[in-house]
Design a protein around this ligand. Structure first.
Ligand SMILES: Nc1ncnc2c1ncn2[C@@H]1O[C@H](COP(=O)(O)OP(=O)(O)OP(=O)(O)O)[C@@H](O)[C@H]1O
Length: 222
């Protein structure tokens, strides 16, 4: 099944080292083909919204883009400047506070962030630095997991359902951060079951689809 994107993907120069590029990529889970082959690239300053029904393979595609899941075939070329992959689960240590969690996460990711910047960011977000994460709400947890985007800028943002659990103000603020990232020449690929805030309206879309009865999904982009 071929479903064209609502808007064609913006093309960039094939040699552009700031672009995210996918060639002949085929996605699989447990040996079952989910989508592909797909060919597209997203240039610096551009965003791509992955869409599709539950189980169509959006998370799998994001994980392939991040290099966390092996595709059946094909290649992914990421922009220079590093990446953040932030999944929809919140992998926080429940007994630790936000500052401690972020310190561990940033250290593991090789990101250098001084304690003052981290504390200032938490304060600006109205998040408690030391209260155990298990005492925080779902939206507060979500905000913590998204903190590295601001604290340690990287060229490629791969975000799986980043608006989940955020209130309206939180969604708007995240979209503005994404807009700022794109303005600096970053690349964004995200999934969202909800409509994107106005700041991200008009970005390119890639629709993954499940063929009725066959359990097979394919995708294509202009
Ligand atoms: N660890 C796994 N082992 C085997 N199959 C898996 C595994 N994880 C996911 N799948 C299967 O892969 C398919 C795609 O899953 P994926 O999570 O990528 O879909 P999705 O489009 O992100 O779904 P949703 O909108 O529900 O988040 C589904 O059919 C799912 O059952």
């Amino acid at each position: 099944m071929f479903l064209p994107p609502d808007r064609p993907l913006a093309l960039s120069d094939q040699a552009d080292t700031r672009a995210l590029r996918v060639d002949a990529l085929v996605g699989q889970r447990a040996g079952r083909r989910l989508w592909g082959p797909m060919h597209w690239h997203v240039g610096a300053g551009q965003a791509l919204w992955l869409r599709g029904p539950n189980g169509s393979g959006k998370t799998t595609l994001l994980r392939c883009l991040a290099g966390l899941h092996r595709p059946e075939a094909g290649t992914v070329r990421r922009p220079t400047g590093g990446q953040w992959f932030i999944g929809h689960a919140t992998p926080l240590a429940e007994a630790l506070g936000a500052a401690h969690n972020l310190r561990l996460w940033l250290d593991m990711a090789g990101a250098t962030v001084d304690a003052a910047s981290l504390d200032a960011w938490l304060q600006a977000q109205g998040l408690p630095a030391a209260r155990p994460v298990r005492q925080l709400s779902a939206g507060q947890r979500r905000k913590i997991t998204l903190a590295p985007l601001d604290l340690a800028p990287r060229a490629l943002w791969l975000l799986d359902e980043p608006f989940d659990a955020l209130d309206d103000a939180g969604c708007q603020a995240l979209a503005q951060r994404a807009r700022h990232h794109l303005g600096r020449g970053g690349v964004l690929v995200l999934t969202s079951h909800q409509a994107l805030p106005a700041a991200l309206a008009g970005c390119a879309q890639l629709q993954l689809a499940t063929a009725a009865g066959a359990g097979l999904a394919c995708a294509e982009a202009a």
